[in-house]
Write a protein that binds this ligand. Structure first.
Ligand code: PEP
Ligand code: MG
Length: 537
């Protein structure tokens, strides 16, 4: 028995045979060509075939892993048509008189290096996508089949896996992924999570493992090759328990989120875009507790227009019907930077020009969003929530702006909900301390524990070096939550949590004892939290 440690990117246990994906880099030779036009036309035809294949993969992914995850194949199609890629290939064919395979391979390698050397983790992860695209075109030029088929249930071990390879595999025969390369941000990692498959990265893989029995422990990040009898039986038991737990959780779909004493907790989901709605419905959320509207801005090359925003908010409101949809106004700045805002350099962006501070100083941006939100409120049960509040004065300023926007809509005879519920996020120590006063001004509080922890403990939530002291269970954080709930109730309003801590089931009973009214969590945590609530007094 041998044990190898890596990093788990999705939890769970897999037991089975290893299938080593020894996909060798296609051998591409450099040949001198005479006929430039023929070579360019070979490249164009290969690209056309690659593009058709990507469309098919998109359709398959759409069915199996949803629109959000399938989008990567649209990105691949776009990268395939990218001018930088195409011009560089054609330039090499024309000026270096090389064969199309070589021109594609060399261009692909250059772009892979460029992405791999970028600082930003997201762009780094795109190196794998670029590699995937160039290999797909090369395989079409060489006439090789680039797909990888499974004959029996297998743990896939590979140097790296491209999203297209992952999606091509027969889902019923996939047990787990183990790779040497890759990051938790990569699309293969995201696909593994969506497919509910345990996955490890950072394992020093060996082709000799092909065909061996193994265990993937997606809890501790271990790969165990040739497990001994005792280890094997231990993992069979954990796997069985996991399965039972998952089945039990499924039984909670459609059940009430209610404590043993009969207190109802509103259990809502956090989303970033309308495409996340399928996940919300699948996991049986009772509403949306946090729609991070800034993703509409992050996904766009310019300020999203009122109509673009309106149609996104309306879609979410209509899909959720009478269920509550809490939309948070723009929370840009800090770690969420957008070029077209032209923020300029800030020494302390987390404590800088962000969220409501931007909205109150650039009111045209804020008003556009408020108009879109109010117009959408005529189509469902929308509430508005304001982020990063530090004072009663800010809330008063917001109210004046909202009133003016409402008057504008009334003049224009546009329908909206005049009694729309408006709340604030409590994510600064100032808001906690002022929560008794703030509660008199708003309809609800939603505690953003991610930022509240960062600002209360003075610990940068982005800094991996501080992971050990980024203690969300710190008594100062818990006391703050308790104070906020008490002050909300004194003023007759409700209080919830929409930060990640809301999904921490080791604290569910504590939050209930504080009197929490609502918890809003990532869709996959809905059922585990429902169970924790139902198990609480
Ligand atoms: C929070 O700070 O807890 C929160 C929910 O907001 P975000 O994570 O988007 O900053
Ligand atoms: Mg926050």
């Amino acid at each position: 028995m041998k044990i190898f440690c890596g990093k788990a990117i999705f939890r769970g246990i897999a037991i089975g045979k290893i299938l080593f994906n020894s996909k060798n880099k296609q051998q591409v030779r450099r040949n001198k060509i005479n006929d430039i036009d023929t070579e360019i036309s070979r490249f164009e035809k290969a690209k056309e075939k690659a593009s058709q294949e990507l469309n098919k993969l998109y359709e398959k992914a759409l069915k199996e892993v949803g629109e959000n995850n399938a989008a990567i194949f649209e990105v691949h199609s776009m990268m395939l048509e990218d001018d930088d890629f195409n011009d560089a290939v054609i330039d090499k064919i024309k000026n270096q008189l090389v064969n199309a395979e070589y021109a594609v391979a060399k261009t692909g390698d250059d772009l892979v290096d460029m992405f791999a050397n970028m600082e930003d983790e997201y762009f780094k992860a795109r190196a794998a996508d670029m590699k995937d695209i160039s290999e797909r075109v090369i395989s079409k030029l060489i006439g090789e089949d680039s797909s990888f088929q499974l004959k029996e249930p297998s743990i896939i071990v590979a140097e790296d896996l491209a999203p297209s390879e992952t999606i091509q595999m027969d889902k019923d025969k996939l047990l787990a992924f183990v790779t040497k390369l890759g990051s938790s941000n990569s699309h293969t990692a995201i696909l593994a999570r969506t497919m509910n498959l345990p996955a490890l990265i950072g394992i020093d893989i060996d082709s000799k493992w092909n065909g061996k029995q193994a265990v993937v422990d997606g809890y501790s990040g271990k790969l165990i090759i040739d497990p001994d009898k005792e280890t094997f039986e231990k993992y069979i038991k954990i796997q069985k328990d996991d399965l039972e737990k998952r089945e039990l959780l499924k039984e909670l779909k459609g059940k009430e989120t209610i404590t043993k004493r009969g207190k109802k907790i509103n259990l809502y989901a956090n989303i970033g875009k309308p495409a996340d709605l399928s996940n919300v419905i699948e996991h049986d959320a009772e509403g949306i507790g946090l729609f991070r509207s800034e993703f509409l801005y992050l996904d766009s090359d310019d300020f999203p227009t009122e109509d673009e925003q309106f149609s996104a908010y309306k879609k979410v409101a209509e899909t959720m019907g009478s269920k509550k949809v809490i939309i948070r106004t723009l929370d840009i700045g800090a770690d969420k930077q957008v070029d077209y805002f032209n923020f300029g350099h800030e020494d302390n962006p987390a404590m800088g020009y962000r969220a409501i501070r931007i909205c109150l100083s650039q009111q045209d941006i804020f008003k556009t969003q408020l108009r879109a939100l109010l117009r959408a409120s005529a189509f469902g049960n929308i509430s508005i929530m304001y982020p990063m509040i530090i004072s009663v004065d800010e809330v008063k300023q917001i109210k004046v702006i909202v009133k003016n926007v409402m008057a504008e809509l009334e003049n224009e005879k546009i329908d909206f909900n005049r009694d729309i519920e408006q709340g604030i996020m409590i994510e600064t120590p100032a808001a906690v301390i002022m929560s008794d006063e703030l509660a008199k001004e708003v309809d609800f509080f939603s505690i953003g524990t991610n930022d509240l922890t960062q600002y209360t403990l003075a610990v940068d939530r982005q800094n991996p070096k501080l992971e050990n002291i980024n203690d969300t269970h710190h008594p100062a954080v818990l006391r703050s939550i308790k104070t906020v709930i008490e002050n909300a109730h004194k003023a007759g309003i409700w209080a919830g949590i929409c930060g990640e801590l809301g999904a921490d089931t080791s604290l569910t009973e504590t939050f209930i004892s504080y009197g929490i009214d609502e918890l809003s969590v990532s869709p996959t945590f809905i059922l585990p939290v429902r169970k924790a609530v139902r198990d609480s007094e």
